[in-house]
Design a protein around this ligand. Structure first.
Ligand SMILES: Cc1ncc(COP(=O)(O)O)c(C=O)c1O
Length: 398
């Protein structure tokens, strides 16, 4: 159907509201300034402090900083010895990074369909896809809601598989009374991209309780060398080193770690802001033709995202038309995710088709991620709700 440029008059906002924005302050500025004045910019004391503070926060014996979650995921797979001939099962409903790193290792990503309520990987689908070549599972805690880890860890144990959690969205989430990052998986990998719960600009963190895996990840993170540059410098500039693996270059700088240390101090406040915005969304959107994300009573959802699904049977528009109309109302939105089976590489290389993923395919056509970030004000949120009210009335099927 054709729709006027702006449905029913002027836009609900005069300025553009981004879908997400980081919240940085003087604390970050002063932490970074101290690093700039210290004469040591790359991985050093600040990064160690950030790793220690992060490990304490999530209750893990150790944490390793990376320059992205992608690097952290890649390193975890390399350190676990995942390689050609191996299969790794992950969610169809994720960002490309989760599956790309499996391909980087020469292994085969095996995509599994999702639970229609939570949009997290369906453990029944994982089990259906396990073969004699399966070596690992990468569950993705979508939007900050933990996957059903008890079932996933039990499956892993009975089939002798590793579990690497993609916790890019899940910093601050809890499952069974424990923080994500402290569960008995092999590793959990977090992201500090600017839209995430806390940011370092770009960055990531892996947690693990496995000392030997941590040692291997340290080596893979840094060229396959088992000591970092600062170590060499501190110990009198020793020049000798041995490369024991064709490692990567995925270390986090002290500049980024300084931002992370300041962000970590504010993480609980950020979480509580997102929680109160989510509670408000629930009240204010309750009567609109939208399916809201289901409550998570078993623990804490990190609420990185607030994905809603349009009840298209009650609307005369498509999801694409609704997004376009929201943008004209100055509301920034996004879609998490375009399922991997729709991506040309995964479709053509592995022969996936929409009929293999009925749940993901169904959700994809209805899903919109609404703005949600700690710095967003109640007035910002009211303008999102007004725009949605206006547009769902405009497009109401009569
Ligand atoms: C589910 C998921 N995994 C991994 C990543 C990669 O994170 P990074 O950008 O820190 O590499 C993202 C990024 O958005 C993501 O959404």
């Amino acid at each position: 159907m054709t729709r006027p440029k702006i449905a029913g008059g002027s836009a609900c906002r005069s300025t553009f509201l981004p879908f997400s924005a980081p919240w940085l302050g003087e604390e970050e500025v002063s932490e970074v300034s101290a690093v700039l004045r210290s004469d040591w910019l790359t991985t050093s004391r600040k990064t160690s402090q950030f790793e220690e503070a992060f490990a304490r926060y999530v209750g893990s014996p150790q944490a390793l900083a990376f320059n992205s979650c992608t690097g952290g995921l890649h390193t975890a797979l390399a350190a676990l010895g995942i390689g050609p001939g191996d299969e790794v099962i992950t969610s169809d409903w994720t960002f490309a990074a989760t599956a790309n790193v499996i391909c980087h290792q020469g292994a085969t990503p095996v995509l599994a369909d999702i639970d229609p309520r939570t949009l997290n990987i369906d453990p029944g689908e994982i089990e259906r896809k396990i073969t004699s070549r399966t070596k690992a599972i990468i569950p993705v805690h979508f939007g900050g809601r933990p996957c059903p880890m008890e079932r996933i860890l039990a499956l892993a144990q009975s089939y002798h598989l590793a579990v690497v959690e993609d916790a890019a969205h899940a910093f601050g989430a809890t499952y069974g009374g424990r923080m994500i990052g402290s569960l008995p998986s092999q590793a959990a990998c977090f992201s500090f991209y600017p839209t995430k719960c806390i940011t370092t600009g770009e960055g990531g963190m892996n947690t693990t309780a496995d000392e030997e895996l941590a040692r291997r990840m340290r080596i893979w993170r840094m060229h396959g060398i088992d000591r970092d540059a600062w170590d060499r410098y501190q110990k009198g500039g020793a020049w000798q080193y041995e490369v024991v693996a064709p490692g990567f270059k995925y270390n986090l700088t002290d500049i980024a770690s300084a931002i992370g240390l300041a962000q970590l101090q504010k993480a609980e406040y950020f979480q509580s802001r997102r929680e109160s915005l989510v509670a408000r969304y629930r009240l204010l959107l309750a009567d609109l033709p939208l399916e809201l994300p289901p409550p998570y009573e078993e623990g804490r959802n990190a609420w990185h995202l607030f994905p809603v699904q349009l009840k298209l049977e009650e609307l005369s528009c498509t999801r694409e038309e609704m997004i376009e109309a929201l943008v004209q109302e100055n509301i920034g939105v996004s879609v998490h995710f375009i399922p991997l089976h729709r991506m040309p590489y995964y479709r053509d290389r592995f022969g996936y088709s929409p009929s293999d993923f009925p749940v993901a395919e169904g959700a994809f056509h209805r899903l919109i991620s609404l703005p949600l970030f700690a710095r967003m004000s109640e007035e910002d949120q009211d303008s999102v709700v007004s725009a949605l009210r206006k547009l769902t009335e405009w497009y109401a099927r009569v």
